[in-house]
Design a protein around this ligand. Sequence first.
Ligand code: ZN
Length: 453
Amino acid sequence: MAKLKKAFFCSNCGYEASKWQGKCPACNQWNTFTEEIISKQKSSSTSFVAKAESHPNKLVEVNSEEKPRIILKDAELNRLMGGGIMPGSVVLLGGEPGIGKSTLLLQLLLQFHQEVLYVSGEESSLQIKDRASRISSTIPNTFYISAETDIGQIVKYANELKPKLLVIDSIQTLQHELIDSVPGSISQIRACCGELIKLAKTTDIPIFVIGHITKDGQIAGPKLLEHMVDVVLQFEGDHQYFLRLLRGVKNRFGNTNEIALYEMQQGGLNPVANPGEVFISGKDENLSGTATGIILEGVRPLLIESQALVSSAVYGTPQRSATGFDVKRLNMLLAVLEKRCGFKLGAKDVFLNIAGGFKINDTGSDLAVVMAILSSAADISIPAKTAFAAEIGLTGEVRPVTRLNQRISEAAKLGYKQLFVSKYAKNIDGDLPQSIEVVPISQINEAVARLFA
Ligand SMILES: [Zn+2]
């Protein structure tokens, strides 16, 4: 019997070492090494994908024409990937379990009326068929399904069938026969993803790979996978809401920072082409502690609702927690309110939630977050149809945001009556919608005086 080969892998970046180490030399993370048995036998050729003929070419003779992209039925997804999917590219779709990743890709294949292959290690073929019939009344007879988890077999099927699209659900279920560790382990994921990339590059078949992540993003796979694949899409949303957000995190063939929105319905996921106000909860307007901000995701302005709860701390150290918002930034904003603006929040618990299970990256939401907190602290509600679009600086000044005109237009379109912005914004042109009053301020106190007086 061949000797078992063991190695240690960094769960963050996939770095391989022969000994356990406290700190990863590649990505500098601590306590990320886990031991895995990697090979049952020593083998020099461990790949299932046949090597393509490749000789050095003259650079001038290299074909500079891009291969035409494959256009999918889902216009939102096409836009997100920069105008369809590139032949031979590998797209990782990451997200928490149960968020709807399988539904999204199943739907994509059902709408694509050419040979497609769906490989599911998560569910049986019958379960997939059940799901498919709920999404679409007719199942095209070009739709192939396989419950295979062995990567060697999957490569073989793909080579025989030559599907126009291939979906792997999920990378955590795949197994490479020469690697002895369990499916979902770092060495398995790395080896199987490597095979899929080779398969895509040699056959030009575009591959969608589903990767699960946990709430805290702890599981090994996806972080490491992100470096290997061409495109990374992240599916976000809250189980309580019907809305799902697909975010472009990495794209070798186009822009990132774009988003697409979907509505989860009985028959699958419906793209929401005009998102506008979808993240507003339709609250009772007399409630204190909520404020609407206009943020920009990619090129799209979105109205989002910040909900805050401020209460006296029961225990010695006040609690600060945030869902959908960076907790460090929340602490910074609270420190600014305390030190620069004179609001005594030091002994208060502060909880912040962004409605809709959405994660905000745009600092243009700062003013809305701060106003939600102050509204809760004073227990005075902010008047209806009022919105905010400004960043807060460390000195407490209200700072301008990018593409302000676009944000103003969106707020006006959705019937908002007043919008607080920075006085220092230079990019407001004279051509503003008449229906909305733009209120320029330089300090948070000015908004407080106007709204809570
Ligand atoms: Zn590492």
